[in-house]
Design a protein around this ligand. Structure first.
Ligand code: ZN
Length: 115
């Protein structure tokens, strides 16, 4: 059975919301968090917006997130099919040579200093 619980932590570690997937950023007040459990198993952090939305509102946000993820998945699958057939693929040696040339150019540029 899923349950939520308010928890206090001594250190805030930013986690994306396990329900809607939003990134909550660094907020010191977030040392107080709502955590989702499946029986005794910790599932993850629930953002304040999902807490405020309540179970049905949070579920709706999750459905929208699932739809976005399906669309992203379809897009990645289509792109993967096209990438598999790219004929003009840069060889890794060309990338390595360009990086070496770039490093060499930076070594030759004199440091102008603070003035
Ligand atoms: Zn959320």
């Amino acid at each position: 059975m899923l349950t939520t619980n308010v928890e206090m932590h001594t250190v805030y570690l930013p986690h994306p919301c396990v329900l809607c997937g939003c990134h909550q950023g660094q907020q010191p007040e977030r040392c107080v968090a709502v955590w989702l459990y499946d029986d005794e198993v910790s599932i993850g952090d629930v953002c304040p917006e999902c807490v405020e939305a309540g179970p049905s509102g949070a579920a709706q946000q999750m459905r929208e997130r699932a739809k976005d993820l399906r669309e992203l998945s379809d897009s990645l699958e289509r792109l993967a099919n096209e990438v598999a057939n790219v004929e003009d693929w840069v060889p890794i040696e060309e990338l390595r040579a360009a990086k070496e040339a770039s490093t060499e150019m930076r070594r030759k540029v004199p440091d102008s200093g603070p003035f």
